[in-house]
Design a protein. Structure first.
Lengths: 294, 285
């Protein structure tokens, strides 16, 4: 009797707690939508400048989030460019070539790296830039390239682990057929294993890109600033969306800036959720493509 | 010809794996190297246990260590019941459609940027706390609440995975014996899932310790040991972000490497604990 009551209580409590978590997320999102929707528009992105002129590079944007958005996009592009080949190759090695002992040791290192706070990775990037500043050139300092490198390090374990597990999870009949027909290890890898593992690798990569787009702690230490305009070179300081939001939250001076902050939140959330949905969709579509259309 | 191509490819992959591994070790190496001047000048016990007073030559990070763990533990404590409830519903209590819906919501939550939680926290939660409980509004409690929501997807996904990983035959057997959904969950699935759930708990705690933005934006950042939950505190991560502005060669700047090393060592400890507990490779969520 008492037991039955306890069981009922636990069931009710679970539902209540689950719903309250959903409720808090709903409140968060709807608050953002209510505050941010009115500010969405070309004014938010380009300020008072003419969008066409800005895109052609003839005018600078001073009160919009265009430079920050461009900064974030170039960061994401650069750090993916750095982390992708390194990560996928390491994943391939761990899954296909490594001995069990090596797998355990290096895999453990990647687990550690995955758990390192992003600010520590940022501190690493910062110390590297100081090191370069002292030993190579006075002109080197925290900059776009250093940030991209650090972000690349930050997302490396995600890419390694997702490509490793995507390859390891391939069933034996896929793994053995080509080898049985006389394919070399490399041929088997390139023509059979990688195409079949693409969906898993791809979704890991997309999640890593999302992480690059949203991370603030790393870039906070490695060269992001509040006003830099468009990034002029790899060695220049730059603006980024997450930092813009952080900056607005404690430095805003008037309601217009604050509402720009809400708008920037919505834009960033939009970017991240699109990436997220692409990752989910890709898992299914790529899987289909790999299996049936080749 | 084919053989040499094969060997070449393998060595390329090996080089990539080794250089990735070197990067990870280099992070620790760099921080120790840059922190050495501090450790040479000030004894380790003073750094870990002393007060923070840069003008008087004291660079202790005790208050920050305390603030970090207070906020992180409180956040995981708030997060635990929420995640238990949610994972119970997703893994067994809910109907087919509500399970899918809630699962989608939780996965979507993993994609919400941290800075957005912080931003909404400042303008929505801080005034509420200030009016409801008094105090400055920015403090340990505020940061912990937002942090709890931030880390909940990690915990929920791990809890749900380990609950669902319990051998289906046991669950079916209990069902055949007439056990209700709650009974199957509590007496069959839960006991089998405990070790997996414990590692989910540790990973969530690790995320809470390692998060920078929430504490930086919501905890108030005062450098002293908080006396109550409404008082401001500073975490190790926020400390690194705030002191960085100082010049490169100052001792205050050197001391953030002590913070970095502390965080790094905590990460290694947590990873080892998770590995020992699950005795298998952990999946990256």
């Amino acid at each position: 009797m008492i037991r039955g009551f306890a069981e009922k209580t636990i069931a009710c409590l679970s539902w209540a707690l689950a719903l309250s978590l959903c409720l808090s997320v709903t409140v968060l999102l709807s608050y953002l939508l209510i505050k941010g929707l009115p500010s969405l528009g070309t004014e938010l992105v380009f300020g008072k400048a003419d969008p066409l002129n800005v895109l052609l590079g003839r005018e600078r944007v001073f009160d919009g989030i265009f430079p920050a958005a461009v900064g974030t996009l170039s960061l994401v592009f650069l750090s993916t460019l750095i982390a992708l080949p390194l990560g996928i190759c390491s994943g391939i090695y761990l899954s296909e070539y490594a001995t069990p002992g090596m797998k355990k040791a290096v895999g453990g290192l990647f687990d550690v790296l995955a758990g390192i706070p992003s600010i520590v990775v940022g501190l690493y990037g910062f110390s590297v830039s100081i090191f370069l500043h002292h030993h190579f050139s006075e002109r080197l300092g925290p900059c776009l390239l250093i940030s991209a490198l650090s972000l690349g390090v930050l997302v490396l374990p995600y890419i390694v682990r997702s490509s490793q597990s995507a390859l390891e999870e391939l069933p034996a009949h896929i793994r053995c057929t080509a080898t049985a027909l006389g394919a070399t290890r490399l041929q088997n890898l390139v023509y059979v294993l990688l195409p079949n593992a693409l969906s898993g690798i791809g979704s890991g990569v997309i999640l890593a890109i999302g992480r690059c787009a949203e991370d603030t702690a790393v870039i906070l230490l490695t060269g992001v600033v509040a006003t830099a305009g468009l990034p002029s070179s790899l060695f220049a300081q730059y603006e980024a969306l997450p930092f813009y939001i952080y900056y607005i939250s404690n430095q805003y001076t008037n309601p217009a800036e604050l509402s720009n902050g809400y708008g920037a939140c919505l834009v960033l959330l939009g970017i991240c959720s699109v990436l997220f949905m692409v990752a989910r969709g890709m898992q299914k579509r790529l899987f289909h493509w790999a299996l049936y259309s080749r | 010809m084919m053989v040499s191509k094969d060997v070449f490819a393998e060595s390329v992959f090996l080089c990539c794996a080794i250089s990735s591994a070197i990067i990870i070790l280099a992070i620790l190496g760099f921080m120790v190297a840059l922190g050495i001047p501090l450790f040479q000048e000030i004894p380790l016990s003073d750094i870990l246990n002393g007060p923070w007073a840069p003008h008087h030559g004291a660079y202790g990070i005790r208050a920050m260590i305390f603030g970090t763990f207070l906020i992180a533990f409180l956040a995981t404590l708030i997060c635990l019941p929420l995640s238990l409830g949610m994972s119970f519903v997703i893994s067994s209590l809910g109907g087919r459609r509500s399970r899918r819906l809630l699962g989608a919501i939780v996965r979507f939550m993993t994609g919400i940027p941290t800075v957005i939680y912080g931003f909404v926290g400042i303008f929505l939660l801080v005034p509420l706390i200030r009016e409801g409980f008094g105090g400055p509004g920015m403090g340990v409690l505020t940061a912990s609440i937002v942090l709890a929501i931030l880390i909940s997807p990690t915990m929920i996904l791990f809890f749900t995975d380990s609950l669902l990983a319990v051998n289906a035959a046991y669950v079916q057997a209990a069902k055949a014996l007439g056990a209700t959904r709650v009974q199957r969950l509590l007496y069959v699935m839960l006991p089998g899932a405990l070790s997996g759930m414990a590692s989910g708990f540790i990973l969530a705690l690790g995320r809470a310790v390692g998060d920078t933005l929430i504490a930086l934006m919501l905890a108030g950042n005062a450098v002293r040991t908080p006396q109550g939950l409404l008082e401001p505190a500073r975490t190790l991560t926020a400390h690194i972000a705030l002191v960085k502005a100082a010049d490169f060669d100052s001792m205050a700047f050197r001391s953030i490497f002590a913070c970095g090393i502390t965080l790094y060592l905590f990460t290694i400890l947590a990873t080892i604990m998770v590995r020992v507990m699950t005795r298998e490779r952990i999946a990256i969520s």
